[in-house]
Design a protein around this ligand. Structure first.
Ligand code: 2AL
Length: 174
């Protein structure tokens, strides 16, 4: 599917296809549908980012709260979205040692206690060691900085999810 095919999609198809480019936030593709036609995938990504950027802090934190913990309960129970499952697997989250899993659970808990939203990081751009290191470091940060940092990571995740759906050399992806 290329960008001209994206621009031709009816509303329902557009939302169905892009419903999870931001984790569990189908409102976002529903909102940017009216911004078509997009001149490129980057243009569509910019429309999504602009929508997110003008949300109040509560809306940005709401987006962060739609994200499952890394190596958390949803992974163990099989309740992750397909995208999240693949991303978490790519960063080794499905194959942690018992010690690593316990450390991750404790840090995820501490982070959420401190900020009121979960730790979010683009799993495909990090490995296990890196994620654990950043999680322990970011636990010491301040809420506004973490809100902004988490949203930057959401945008990276979104970019990779968009690229997986819309590529000029993947006309049969639909
Ligand atoms: C995730 C997720 O589900 N995929 C990803 O890249 N990061 N979750 C998270 N809490 O960072």
């Amino acid at each position: 599917m290329d960008i001209s095919a994206v621009n031709a999609l009816p509303y329902e198809d557009f939302v169905n296809i892009f419903e999870n480019v931001v984790e569990r936030c189908p409102l976002i593709p529903a909102a940017v549908w009216t911004r078509r036609p997009f001149v490129s995938l980057g243009d569509m990504e910019a429309a999504i980012n602009e929508f997110i950027d003008v949300l109040p802090d509560s809306g940005k934190e709401g987006i962060l709260r739609c994200h499952p913990d890394l190596a958390g309960r949803d992974l163990r129970s099989g309740a992750l979205t397909r995208e999240s499952r693949e991303e978490q697997a790519s960063a080794g989250m499905a194959a942690l040692s018992a010690g690593e899993a316990a450390r991750m659970a404790r840090l995820n808990h501490d982070y959420k206690e401190r900020f009121g939203f979960p730790f979010v990081i683009c799993a495909r751009m990090n490995d296990k060691a890196n994620i654990l290191q950043q999680l322990s470091q970011r636990c010491l940060s301040a809420r506004p900085a973490e809100r902004a940092r988490g949203i930057e990571e959401v945008k990276k995740i979104c970019r990779l999810r968009l690229q997986a759906l819309v590529l000029p050399d993947a006309p049969n992806k639909l």
